[in-house]
Design a protein around this ligand. Sequence first.
Ligand SMILES: CC[C@@H](C(=O)O)C(=O)SCCNC(=O)CCNC(=O)[C@H](O)C(C)(C)COP(=O)(O)OP(=O)(O)OC[C@H]1O[C@@H](n2cnc3c(N)ncnc32)[C@H](O)[C@@H]1OP(=O)(O)O
Ligand SMILES: [Co+2]
Length: 134
Amino acid sequence: MLGRVNHIAIAVPDLAAAISAYRDTLGAVVSAAQALPEHGVTVVFVELPNTKVELLEPLGEGSPITAFLEKSPAGGMHHICYEVADLLAARDQLVASGARVLGNGDPKIGAHGKPVLFLHPKDFFGTLIELEQV
Ligand SMILES: CC[C@@H](C(=O)O)C(=O)SCCNC(=O)CCNC(=O)[C@H](O)C(C)(C)COP(=O)(O)OP(=O)(O)OC[C@H]1O[C@@H](n2cnc3c(N)ncnc32)[C@H](O)[C@@H]1OP(=O)(O)O
Ligand SMILES: [Co+2]
C-alpha cells in the first residue's frame, strides 16, 4: 500500500519564524506560502533531496491543528504523509481492517493538488498519518 514518504509535517505557532529558521539558519529552499482554508492551515514546503518538510500554522477558526499547538505551544511533529497509488482502494482496505479514516472518509484535495486522507493517530502508535494519491 505505502509508497514514498511525501512529507513530514511540523506544526508551528509562527510560520514566518519557521520559514526563516529553515531558509536562513538551515539554508534550505522553502516554497511560497499556501493558504488552504479548506484545511484550516497555511503551509510551506521545505524542499529536500529525498522528501519534503511541511511547515504548517493554523488558518482561521476551527483549525484542526489548534488543539495540537495548545498542547505543544512551541510546535512539534504533526504528521507523516505516505504516497499511495490508489487512495480509495487504500481507504477501503483500511476501513475494512478497522482503522479510522478522519472526516467523512472522502478525500480532500491537498497542498499538491492531489487527493489526501488522514488516519487517526490512536490507530497508528500516536502518529497522525496522511495518505496522498500519486
Ligand atoms: C496542507 C494540506 C494537507 C497536505 O496536503 O499536506 C495537510 O497536511 S492538512 C494538515 C492539517 N489537517 C489535519 O491534520 C486533518 C486531520 N487531523 C484531524 O482531524 C485532527 O487534528 C485530529 C487528528 C482528529 C486531532 O484533533 P484534535 O482536535 O487534536 O482532537 P483530540 O484532542 O480529540 O485528539 C485526539 C487524540 O489524538 C492526539 N493527537 C491529536 N493530533 C495529533 C497528532 N498530530 N499526532 C499525534 N497525536 C495527535 C491528541 O493528543 C489526543 O490524544 P489524547 O489526549 O491522548 O486523547
Ligand atoms: Co500534510
